[in-house]
Ligand binder design. Sequence first.
Ligand code: SF4
Ligand code: F3S
Length: 78
Amino acid sequence: PYVITDACIDVMDRSCMEECPVDCIYEGKRKLYINPAECIDCGACEPACPVTAISLDTKVPSGKAEFAEDNARFFEEP
Ligand code: SF4
Ligand code: F3S
């Protein structure tokens, strides 16, 4: 799945949400998160983000690997 990294924190532009055909991008308090169980890997959200916060999980920039796990964790039951 695609994941949203730290660049989204306190920016929350939300252009990504408008592009997602399956509405699998959800709002947290300070950033948005992509539900890995729902993302169909279409890639539509990636170019929509003005701060390039979105990457495919296998292509997340070095040093930001934890955001793939962080996205998944957001959707786990408490
Ligand atoms: Fe939605 Fe496609 Fe982005 Fe996945 S890759 S979050 S399905 S727009
Ligand atoms: Fe965040 Fe970029 Fe979407 S800033 S809300 S990932 S368009």
